[in-house]
Design a protein around this ligand. Structure first.
Ligand code: AMP
Length: 528
């Protein structure tokens, strides 16, 4: 089934009921479906069809939401970018995905120009806002085609619907191919496990960018005719969140731990009625037990955790609300839950051997939520798919009951404010500064962001750069890397600790950071 059929069916069944709310505006299921069909018809008339790649850069908006469904109905492939990416980063996504169409919010013209320069397949640019010369105006083509019902393209189970770009350990993103069949399973899996009982009288609040987990979370809402409510502003505002929860009787939402913590620790939590909440999902990064308890105390037993990754779209484990408690003995503290319905987890050792319960190894998974592989990347595919199992790169163990505990990651990726950061990316840019001889970036616990990057720098020995400072290095990163990937702390050492083979193991640096007192000093706010 084409995923776009979920929207067609919702429009048939729920017609004038509200589908989407954004600020003062709202759209019924009939209106939303008509706009999506109009966009799909307009793009189809311009030659866009099955398998074509549609690159999208926009903050959350009704058009961003519509672009996902129009892409599905066309049988095309949605490539939403994190809107914090820089023009060169987006240009890479455009060329690596072979984008044919780019759809953008008018505050990102430089991103379009960068993609045009690199992506040779690009031949259609659609602007949300004021289109420039040679570009197509989003609202104009929607208006022209309103009233044209668009027949969904016929797709097979393995036809791609979304290239989900993950940050790459080698510094470059990889496109994980998500397919119609896989995502159809994922939608059903969300309905069965995470949000049982979801229905057309429910509302879901969207607080995170639709380009990532929140986009996936929006799909089961459409499948069940539950309305989605988007935050009116582009920045996160706790007061607005609680107000909207009361106003719309919100039943569910997708968050990351840092956002959930900000919400439940904000005084507005007690000023609004949030008794409608049933499933407040938190995922994507570890949550400190203290914050979990604060959430349970302030909003009740309505928090649901899941563990997943782009490649196994949000669907490895879940920890339902009933398995949470403020009493340690009444819940598996530290666990991210058990295998989702239809999914199987194994813990494997260095030689690929299956490990018994309570033994740490690599978390491997198989089942219908696993993606179809990385686009044009046989090397990466060979690394992660072995004997029928997807190797996540996460480390952990299962207990006797099948509860999974994450203990670390095989790569040195860290998660800051819910976003994955691969230190290698910042390291590579820092090394291009003539005053930097050696660098190591690593994630450390951070009270605000969950984790934050610390950069250990060895200045070049020429003497000329003896005064090289954090400010200068931040200036060097500017425009080359998204800001959320910038290290927050900088420390300057004469040399980096090395292993016997001359390597720079991150654990040695971490130990030394504590031994020297740099991290303690930094936590006190005295950041070099
Ligand atoms: P992404 O592909 O951006 O969704 O990031 C996936 C990574 O986030 C996983 O490989 C884990 O390292 C981490 N992650 C996801 N969910 C959780 C969770 N519930 N607890 C701890 N880490 C998580």
């Amino acid at each position: 089934m084409n995923l776009g059929h979920f929207l067609t069916q919702a429009a048939q069944r729920y017609r004038d009921q509200t589908a989407l709310v954004w600020g003062q505006e709202s759209w019924s299921w009939t209106e939303l479906n008509a706009r999506v069909d109009a966009l799909a018809a307009a793009l189809s008339a311009r030659g866009v069809g099955k398998g074509d790649v549609i690159l999208v850069i926009s903050r959350n908006s009704n058009q961003m939401f519509e672009s996902m469904w129009a892409t599905y109905k066309l049988g095309a492939v949605w490539v939403p970018c994190n809107f914090r990416l820089t023009p060169p980063e987006v240009a890479y996504l455009g060329s690596a995905s072979g984008a044919r169409v780019m759809l953008y919010e008018n505050i990102f013209p430089n991103h379009v120009d960068a993609v045009r320069a690199e992506a040779t397949h690009l031949n259609e640019v659609v602007c949300i806002g004021s289109a420039r010369e040679g570009e197509t105006d989003y609202e104009a083509i929607v208006a022209e085609n309103l009233g044209t019902a668009f027949p969904e393209a016929a797709v097979e189970h393995d036809d791609p619907c979304w290239y989900f770009f993950t940050s790459g350990t080698t510094g470059r993103s990889k496109a994980a191919i998500l397919t119609h069949g896989q995502m159809c399973f994922v939608v059903n899996n969300y309905l069965a496990d995470q949000m049982p009982g979801l229905g057309p009288t429910d509302a879901s609040l969207i607080v995170a960018p639709l380009s990532h987990g929140a986009g996936v979370h929006a799909m089961p809402q459409v499948a069940r005719g539950a309305k989605s409510v988007m935050l009116p502003g582009s920045s996160f505002d706790e007061e607005a969140v609680w107000r909207l929860i009361e106003e719309h009787g919100v039943a569910n939402m997708f968050t990351v731990p840092t956002i959930l913590t900000r919400m439940v620790r904000h005084p507005a939590v007690d000023r609004y009625d949030h008794s409608s909440l049933r499933h407040v999902i938190y995922a994507g990064a570890p949550m400190y037990r203290e914050d979990q308890v604060a959430a349970l105390k302030n909003i009740g037993k309505v928090i649901v955790q899941y563990y997943g990754l782009g490649e196994v779209t949000g669907s490895i484990t879940y920890l339902p609300a009933e398995d949470h408690s403020i009493v340690d003995d009444e819940m598996p503290v530290g666990s991210c839950g058990f295998a989702r319905s239809g999914m199987e987890i194994a813990i494997r050792g260095l030689e690929g051997e299956m490990l018994p319960p309570n033994t740490r190894g690599e978390i491997c998974v198989r089942g219908p939520a696993v993606f179809a592989g990385y686009l044009n990347n046989p090397e990466a595919n060979a690394k992660v798919f072995k004997d029928g199992w997807f190797h996540t790169g996460d480390l952990g163990y299962l207990d006797e009951r099948g509860f999974l505990y994450l203990t670390g990651r095989a790569s040195d990726m860290y998660i800051s404010g819910g976003s994955n950061v691969y230190p290698r990316e910042a390291e590579e840019v820092l090394l291009t500064h003539p005053g930097v001889e050696e660098v190591a970036v690593l994630g450390v616990p951070d009270p605000k962001w969950g984790e934050a990057g610390v950069a250990v720098i060895v200045r070049s020995s020429s003497g000329e750069f003896a005064g090289l400072s954090k400010a200068e290095l931040l200036g060097h990163l500017e425009g080359k890397l998204s800001r959320y990937k910038f290290p927050q702390m900088f420390v300057f050492w004469n040399e980096l600790p090395k292993s016997g083979y001359g390597k720079v193991p991150k654990h040695l640096i971490r130990e030394e950071l504590y031994a020297r007192g740099d991290l303690v000093k930094n936590e006190a706010g005295d950041r070099t």
